[in-house]
Write a protein that binds this ligand. Structure first.
Ligand code: NCD
Length: 305
């Protein structure tokens, strides 16, 4: 299918070959092999309708490193506050910019934007399922550290019910052969049935537990996520699970020496700072790979490589 003009809505839409091409270019950019005016004259529109630190800033840094300009649309200060529709907002940004990046709390917003816009749309996270570019970064990080994306035992720990980063990562890593997924969470935060159905359909090998200790010795990767407080329909339900899990050095006892800990960040209280200075820490590597990977993504979609 190729990358040029392609929308990036869900990690499910990308094949291993697509991802290989992206990762190859990311490797080159990571080594500094790029021209800093490759995207000169292009204007990238960031439409963020929900808080973001890394995703928004890293897209902006990625665009600027390649010479593009970035417009930041912030819902709070826009005509959305006067009642302008999302339809008109996307229409405007489609006219003003060359590529649109969308984040929203509502599932389907990026797909809706891509139906309206002629320009390519990248989903920077919408709702509880899709955050494709985060999943691409997660996969790239594992490939860099472990040298492979298959034959891995992968634990995903935390809010698997509401976390789009966790769900997209699972949909990404299960594309590759011979991986075993351990979905570890408090009972209230287990994978949703629709996700389990999806995993069964694709023949993924997954196992659910609420006890990290039971599986820690098997794992090559432990992907930790925060509880998605803002997505709970009932705040009382959040209070019941708040603080119910935390990864620290003690919880990693008995693990393999090669185990790495990933986290899409932000962390709140589920990941101890004591992991930061160990060999297991891979979350700041995810952050740093986010720049070359998003640079590669922009170049491929804008057809400049
Ligand atoms: C995630 C998100 O927004 O889904 N953050 C990110 O983009 N790295 C994870 C989260 O908010 O917990």
């Amino acid at each position: 299918m190729g990358w040029k003009n392609r929308d990036v809505i869900s990690i499910e839409d990308f094949s291993i070959e697509d991802l290989d091409m992206l990762f190859k270019l990311t490797d080159e950019y990571l080594e500094g092999k790029y021209s800093n005016d490759l995207l000169k004259g292009y204007i990238i529109g960031n439409i963020f309708l929900e808080p973001s630190t890394r995703t928004r800033i890293s897209f902006e840094v990625a665009a600027k490193k390649l010479g593009a300009e970035v417009i930041n649309f912030i819902g709070e200060y826009s005509s959305i506050k006067k009642g302008e529709s999302l339809f008109d907002t996307f229409k405007m940004m489609d006219i003003y910019t060359d590529l649109i990046i969308v984040r929203s709390p509502i599932e389907g917003t990026a797909r809706y934007a891509s139906d309206i816009c002629k320009k390519p749309v990248i989903n920077a996270g919408d709702g509880m399922l899709n955050h494709p570019t985060q999943a691409m970064i997660d996969l790239y990080t594992i490939k860099k550290i472990h040298g492979r994306l298959s034959d891995l035992k992968v634990g995903i720990y935390g809010d698997l019910r509401y976390g789009r980063a966790a769900n997209s990562f699972i949909l990404g890593i299960t594309k590759y052969p011979n991986n075993v997924i351990y979905a570890i969470s408090p009972p209230q935060l287990k994978l949703r049935d629709e996700m389990k159905e999806k995993l069964k359909e694709i023949g993924a090998n997954f196992y659910e537990t609420s006890n990290l200790n039971e599986v820690i010795s098997y794992l090559d990767v432990l992907y930790v996520t925060r509880i998605q407080k803002e997505r709970f329909p009932d705040p009382a339900e959040y209070e019941k699970v708040r603080g119910s899990y935390k990864i620290d050095l003690k919880s990693l006892e008995g693990s393999k020496p090669e185990l790495i800990v990933l986290h899409p960040l932000p962390r709140v209280e589920e990941l101890s700072y004591e992991i930061d200075i160990t060999q297991r820490q891979a979350y700041f590597k995810q952050v740093s790979f986010g720049i070359p990977l998003r640079m590669a993504l922009l170049s491929l979609i804008l057809g400049k490589v």
